[in-house]
Design a protein around this ligand. Structure first.
Ligand code: GDP
Length: 445
């Protein structure tokens, strides 16, 4: 519990129907009673919690008519007494209400301070607080959904269960050390080894989800490849729904990588068109080729485009250069020639008529984030991944020592694994880590 009361504008700055000024701390209701004049007979100090009261808000040189609601500790967002003043959403009104709060004893909140207090008061884990950040800042629907799962403690519950397993192992080791004469060590080692194996597998399975989580957070990078004139730029434009890449009949005109982003079922895809990967004497074209190769190398997914009428050796050369990547083979221009369709293709499209584009999009989603179960915990934050990876290393190290080293030595690794996981929930996170996380929030959250 903190002894000062913080205040901030909780809604976005700008003009809107309503704006909310929020206070949190012991004095929230007292300060509100100095600013708010309720319409009814109930004085502010006797407000029933979680009920909206209409009244005048003192804005200094003028008043606004609005609402006041009191959230009583500990049943509030921060775990402290919280008061919200709802005023008309004008910039000057909102600022004036905030000034009134500050004049009457509140302190201006720092970035993320409401959520930081919620965490420090035990209302949520650190990963849940980060989930709120992901929801607010999420650039795609999938990222917002993933943030919501974090906020609902899906990850921290899994992590806590793992920590409980480690705690159980440590208790077992303590017992074995305390009663050496009972010859329980041998049996204990077997139990611990079994538990460690289980924990290691759970950690590894969570870690493997980060591949998908990262794509959900940052988007999936897709490179469109193929020999010149197969319709890569046209396909990109058709996917994006507007003219972005330069379309031309002259082979090799797409000199640079052209970027655009689309959302498929809430997941962001960044599309890169590449100049045809092929030998070229043209210097500018050659630079484009190097860039194209770099793009392919870093892409999560490659869309390899052929012209349905002209499948030849040149296609095979390009295919050879991208065959190690997750690949979708697209046969384009099927509006022209349906008799020469290569049966090896995954999707048949016409960038001109739009045929096959929905199938292509579905394939793109399936190939990149298929392991993504929408309602279970997974990793989207690099910080969580790093902590879990460290925890996993200690678990593996403990496993290797099982039956080889004394139990006391094993216990050190198990304790380190517990601590590493504690960084995710916040139990063992340092002040610096906590400060860094909340500094990314906006004031008022
Ligand atoms: P890129 O070099 O692979 O990027 O190919 P472009 O997108 O520049 O297309 C080359 C030519 O093929 C252009 O004249 C396009 O209009 C044409 N084209 C592209 N896709 C299709 C398609 O699906 N059907 C038909 N009939 N023409 C297409």
């Amino acid at each position: 519990m903190f002894y000062d009361t913080i205040a901030a504008i909780a809604t976005a700055s700008g003009i809107g129907g309503v704006a909310i000024i929020r206070m949190s701390g012991n004095q929230a209701l007292t300060i509100a009673s100095r600013i708010f004049r309720p319409v009814g007979k109930t004085p502010v100090a006797e407000f029933e919690p979680y009920r909206m009261y209409p009244g005048d808000i003192d804005c200094g040189s003028f008043s606004d008519f609005g609402m006041c609601v009191f959230f009583q500790a500990p049943k509030s967002y921060t775990g402290e007494d919280v008061v919200e003043l709802h005023c008309h959403g004008g910039v000057n009104i909102t600022r004036a209400v905030l000034r009134s709060c500050l004049r009457c004893g509140a302190r201006l909140a720092e970035r993320g301070e409401f959520t930081k207090r919620a965490f420090l008061n035990g209302k949520m884990s650190l990963s849940a607080a980060e989930g709120i950040g992901d929801m607010i800042n999420g650039e795609s629907e999938a990222e917002v959904k993933a943030g919501y799962l974090l906020y609902h403690e899906k990850l921290s519950k899994k992590v806590k269960a793992l920590q409980d397993e480690f705690t159980g192992m440590l208790a077992g080791i303590d017992a074995a050390i305390d009663y050496p004469e009972e010859d329980i060590e041998e049996e204990k080692i077997g139990d611990i080894e079994k538990s460690l194996r289980q924990a290691e597998a759970e950690e590894a399975s969570l870690l493997s989800l980060y591949k998908t989580g990262k794509k959900i957070k940052s988007g999936v990078t897709v490179a469109l490849c193929g020999k010149p004139n197969t319709g890569k730029s046209s396909l990109l434009n058709a996917l994006l729904g507007y003219e972005k890449a330069i379309v031309s009949d002259i082979a090799g005109t797409t000199r640079d990588a052209v970027e655009g982003s689309i959302e498929i079922d809430g997941v962001r895809f960044h599309l890169y068109d590449t100049a045809g990967i092929r030998e070229s004497a043209d210097k500018i074209e050659a630079i484009g080729i190097t860039k194209a190769e770099r793009i392919v190398r870093s892409a999560d997914l490659v869309i390899f485009v052929c012209d349905a009428r002209e499948v030849d050796e040149a296609d095979a050369v390009v295919l050879e250069s991208v065959k190690d990547k997750p690949l979708i083979r697209v046969m384009n221009k099927i509006d022209r020639d349906r008799d020469h369709i290569d049966s090896d293709a995954d999707v048949y499209t016409s960038a001109l008529t739009g045929e096959g584009l929905e199938r292509l999009k579905a394939k793109m989603k399936e190939m990149s984030v298929s392991s993504y179960a929408e309602d279970s915990a997974f990793l989207i934050e690099e910080r969580h991944y790093a902590a879990l990876e460290r925890g996993h290393k200690f678990t593996v190290s403990a496993l290797e020592k099982c039956g080889v080293m004394p139990l006391e030595i094993l216990a050190l690794d198990i304790k380190d694994a517990w601590d590493a996981l504690g960084e995710i929930t916040g139990e063992t996170a340092t002040e610096a880590i906590i400060g860094e996380i909340f500094s990314k929030f906006c004031v008022g959250k």
